[in-house]
Write a protein that binds this ligand. Sequence first.
Ligand code: ADP
Ligand code: MG
Length: 609
Amino acid sequence: MLKFQEAAKCVNGSTAVSTYPESLVARRYVLQQKLGSGSFGTVYLVSDKKAKQGEELKVLKEISVGQLNPNETVQANLEAQLLSKLDHPTIVKFHASFVEQDNFCIITEYCEGRDLDCKIQEYKEAGKIFTENQIIEWFIQLLLGVDYMHERRILHRDLKSKNIFLKSNLLKIGDFGVSRLLLGSCDLATTLTGTPHYMSPEVLKHQGYDTKSDIWSLACILYEMCCMNHAFTGSNFLSIVLKIVEGDTPTLPERYPRELNAIMESMLNKSPSLRPSALEILKIPYIDEQLQHLMCRYSEMTLEDKNLNCQKEAAHIINAMQKKIHLHTLRVLSEVQKMTPRERMRLRKLQASDEKAKKLKKIVEEKYEENNKRMQELRSRNFQQLSVDVLHDFNEPTSENLPESQPIPFLNLGELESSVEDTTADLGHQEIPEDPLVAEEYYADVFDSCSEESEEEKEGTMFSASEGEVKDEGPQPPYRTNQQDSDIEALARCLENVLGCTSLDTRTITSTVTDISPGPTVFNSVVAETKMKRMRESAIQKLGAEVFEEVYNYLKRARHQNASEVEIRECLEKVVPRASDCFEVDQLLYFEEQLLITMGIGPTLQNHH
Ligand code: ADP
Ligand code: MG
């Protein structure tokens, strides 16, 4: 199997966290580590300071787009807003986007299980394969995600195992709609985004991209999960292209059910209109049956989780009861004994901190007043400006999309005030009881909330209060311990939805359907340029500058002379160990050629055959 750049680019966990000082991106994201470089930019793991507890880890994608004019920024933000409204358990959540310096930044959900390509490589190296049940479960998850997006008329254009992520063994599709966001829905978008192994014949022949092209790529992924190899392989770019366009349809090994093979083959029909849609596949009796099994399993899982949650709640209650009983015993005890010097000291300390809290509260109140005044002043001054600031309007509903310029100090102080108020609410307005025993009880709650566990809880609610403004989280199920529970629950609901609809067109569309009208071609040229540059750099790094030049020039000539695959391989293997090492150079040449074609100054692919 070919092992080119992609396989080698598995998550790079070696970059030390300390490389990145505590710099805040967009006033809320702290860089944790670099996850890798993709076709468009660099990907980082970040911690979101404003996220709910346990949901801080997110992914930041930084895409160099150069200087944007306000129009482009508005367009990109509109598109991003549409994406951030989408919510499906098998789609990597698009949280937000913003422009920072020359970069367009995207914040998405983090999938700790890395991508499917890495998982496949890992299994391959260990000589393992996935179980049939696992493959079918994953395939159904992918179908559900693709169906959800296609129903909303959003194409992926770059479905590949590298864009599919694992999170608690659940597959999630990443980068859905991102190619359109970056390149619009032009022909170049697909050419530049797509990975040759997963590209459909119509795309390679420039006959347009539609939902069925995504279905083709999905079949390639199904093949890969079953066979641990690409469906279409070749030692160079053109040989792969030829196999896709003219070659036989691959089949699954005998060990897989005939039905599954038939589905895959139908998805790989050379004619897009003859391929089934994702929903049609979900309705095929064989898949429908598997769907019902899954439905039962997920329902059981969520029930178990709920039981587990009840147990946890019960444990909490028991814990609280025990604390109360312990307090009671203490009181009984102290009735007999006199107050110890240590206890007296503790009381004095409490009194002192109480005084401090009072002072702090006063300062905060003053600051709050001051800022309020400033804000009113600013408001009246900026009133006319705001009414024409379209961008600000777009960003208003989701604070995540706020432009990164003006800090809003009064907001932070407001938060500070309420948190100070929380801890001093009772203390500030009442006198401290003289009786040390009463005082002990008086402070009991405060001490309780200072224990490590409750400290976290407190912080968690504070974050969630501020994240309350961010409307990127959907309604939460009542018992929710972690992301996976809710994902499984959501998935069960999706299955229910699919199982519940008997005819293909009676399905109810729950959320707004977005339109696939020609999207913005915002960053086209800069993104294309960056992509080529990255590709060239990566190839040079792999081959060395000299060999790269030699291979590049040779392949360019060979392509124009329609040299045979054998001939090309022989020549290449004089300069590199394996011809497949030059895959990237081949791909680069192809992209350069496509760019020229798109600009109307180049031969079409067919001329080479
Ligand atoms: P590509 O162009 O190959 O799709 P990306 O830019 O999407 O690459 O991603 C680059 C690297 O970051 C990859 O190694 C990928 O596995 C990792 N990555 C991207 N998105 C996520 C995510 N949501 N969670 C975890 N890792 C991610
Ligand atoms: Mg990706």
